[in-house]
Design a protein around this ligand. Structure first.
Ligand SMILES: Cc1cc2nc3c(=O)[nH]c(=O)nc-3n(C[C@H](O)[C@H](O)[C@H](O)COP(=O)(O)OP(=O)(O)OC[C@H]3O[C@@H](n4cnc5c(N)ncnc54)[C@H](O)[C@@H]3O)c2cc1C
Length: 331
């Protein structure tokens, strides 16, 4: 057994061969993560001392980051005792993931390449999650893919997913050409650490592209339940697509008391709203980033660009939270 020490002073034991992230979970120390496949870099942290090796490729890191000592805790294991520069999730305890059966309750086409799926849990299922988290669907042939939960809670045993077709994708082939009402599937979850942190006195900003609006919708639905003294100072949602058809939800009409800014990268002549990318549209409204927290979800490119631009413009790095919808097939 080796010992891992975090920036907070927390320590836990880890076995060689088990990822640092999983070793933390085993010791009930929650570390930030999302894809768990070395791609999204949500779990990026720095080795201050000690030796580690990669269990799987760390494609979410640049060569420079690797040379500078950055690693991805989801695919790294320890060789010796190590000291890590990483923020743990403090006292936050997230629900433990479990595997459950579920059936497709409905499938609704929202755009030419996006569907909304409602999954029905067994009446006795006890499934709790933090709005913003995702699940893995285990589909035909055992393939697993990740999808964010788009509703704030499953009190009626229904889970809502927004699924975009990926050309040539194995699970897309199922969802868009084979799936039908009452199909039996399995899910594993809840997973991920994209959930709303303490928002009191904070200007909350959500950036989403495409189906990245799904977890944002779940979080917005949960805001009215926050006690008044803990509510954010303001909530702004920027949602980006290419054309008006990509913006398939009435985000302005949702609960959450937010200001909504739709953004189009290929706007036609009739579009009078914001143009370009969500991170650019955010820059244009010159928000007070020193007292903001940004939650970004959707394309990896948007998340990387937004993090760099916003941190440079004054956003504290530890107040940028993200969930990148990278390929979730196993390495
Ligand atoms: C944490 C997390 C949450 C996610 N939530 C959602 C969600 O709510 N809604 C949603 O629509 N998708 C979501 N995704 C993406 C989803 O899990 C799948 O990766 C995606 O649907 C493709 O699966 P597939 O089996 O159809 O394609 P695959 O068979 O896995 O891949 C086919 C080809 O497409 C490429 N590819 C796969 N996924 C992507 C991608 N996202 N971007 C670009 N290229 C890709 C692959 O590299 C491969 O070449 C999420 C991913 C993660 C990691």
């Amino acid at each position: 057994m080796q010992e891992i020490t975090l920036s907070s002073g927390a320590r836990f034991n880890a076995e060689t061969g088990i990822s640092i992230l999983d070793a933390g979970a085993k010791a009930q120390v929650s570390l930030p993560y999302s894809c768990k496949t070395g791609r999204c870099s949500t779990c990026k942290c720095k080795v201050i001392s000690g030796e580690t090796y990669a269990l799987n490729p760390e494609s979410g890191l640049t060569d420079k980051e690797k040379a500078d000592g950055w690693i991805l805790s989801c695919v790294r294991t320890v060789v010796t005792d190590i000291v890590l520069e990483i923020d743990d999730l403090g006292g936050t305890v997230l629900p433990v993931a479990k595997t459950l059966p579920c059936r497709i309750n409905s499938i609704e086409r929202l755009t030419s390449d996006v569907i909304r799926v409602h999954l029905r849990l067994p009446p006795t299922a006890d499934f709790i999650y933090a709005p913003g988290q995702y699940i893995n669907i285990i589909g035909p042939g055992g393939i697993q893919r990740s999808y964010s939960l788009a509703n704030a809670n499953s009190a009626d045993k229904m889970l809502e997913l927004h699924i975009r077709a990926v050309k040539g994708g194995a699970m897309s082939e199922y969802w868009f050409n084979q799936a039908k009402t009452n199909d039996l599937l399995r899910l594993k979850g809840p997973l991920g650490t994209f959930f709303l942190r303490d928002a009191a006195d904070i200007h909350l900003i959500f950036l989403a592209t495409g189906t990245g609006i799904a977890p944002v919708k779940a979080i917005l639905e949960s805001i009215p339940d926050i006690p008044i003294q803990n509510r954010p100072k303001s909530v702004t949602v920027l949602w980006g697509g290419r054309t008006p058809d990509d913006l398939y939800l009435d985000v302005g009409g949702m609960p959450g008391g937010h200001h909504f800014i739709p953004v189009l990268s290929r706007a036609g002549d009739g579009w009078t709203g914001a143009k370009g990318y969500v991170q650019e549209a955010l820059g244009a409204i010159r928000p007070d980033l020193s007292s903001a927290a940004v939650y970004a979800c959707g394309s990896d490119a948007m998340i990387h660009s937004a993090r760099e631009v916003l941190v440079q413009a004054g956003l504290p790095r530890q107040r940028f939270f993200s969930d990148a919808f990278v390929c979730s097939a196993e390495n």
